[in-house]
Design a protein around this ligand. Structure first.
Ligand SMILES: [Zn+2]
Length: 161
């Protein structure tokens, strides 16, 4: 049985990296769950702090009116999200940074598509700080949380104790 849900603490199988989602971040995820067939896909940026090998997510940007939304695709127009990311970075004097991205799937327990994986690879390889890219998919009953390194395959995190 999947032990998921929308919980705050996630870890890699070796427990060397922990990812923590602030309640505000989980709130943004919950608000955008694709419950109905007519609900559109949503997504945005994940912003937070780096503490050693751990990530503390404190902010998730969400769809702006400029984003194009449909049920099966989500195309992000960067302006609104990038402005929030830039403001958080300067307000926090560089401690809160862009760590990854999230988007929704109309599935209970979401699985990444081939397009998701190639997009994550592209975003991970573009990171200036060479840290893994944090990828989150918000399903109807749970999250898919994955750290995508610069090279090699991603590491799926688990919410289990
Ligand atoms: Zn996807």
């Amino acid at each position: 049985m999947p032990c998921m849900q929308f919980v705050t603490g996630w870890s890699t199988p070796d427990r060397r990296s922990l990812v923590n989602f602030d309640n505000k971040v989980l709130g943004v995820f919950r608000e955008h769950i694709q419950r109905l067939d007519i609900d559109a896909e949503a997504g945005g940026l994940l912003l937070g702090e780096v503490r050693g090998t751990h990530l503390n997510l404190i902010r998730a940007t969400f769809p702006t009116v400029d984003d194009l939304r449909s049920r099966y695709s989500f195309e992000r127009l960067p302006q609104g999200h990038a402005e929030v990311a830039q403001k958080m970075w300067s307000d926090s004097r560089g401690t809160v940074r862009y760590l990854g991205e999230w988007h929704t799937h109309p599935q209970d327990f979401p699985t990444p598509s081939g397009i998701d994986r190639s997009e994550w690879k592209r975003l991970a390889s573009g990171r200036k700080d060479k840290r893994p890219f944090l990828a989150v998919i918000v399903g109807r009953a749970g999250l898919h949380v994955e750290l995508v390194p610069l090279t090699g395959s991603g590491i799926v995190l688990s919410p289990c104790d």
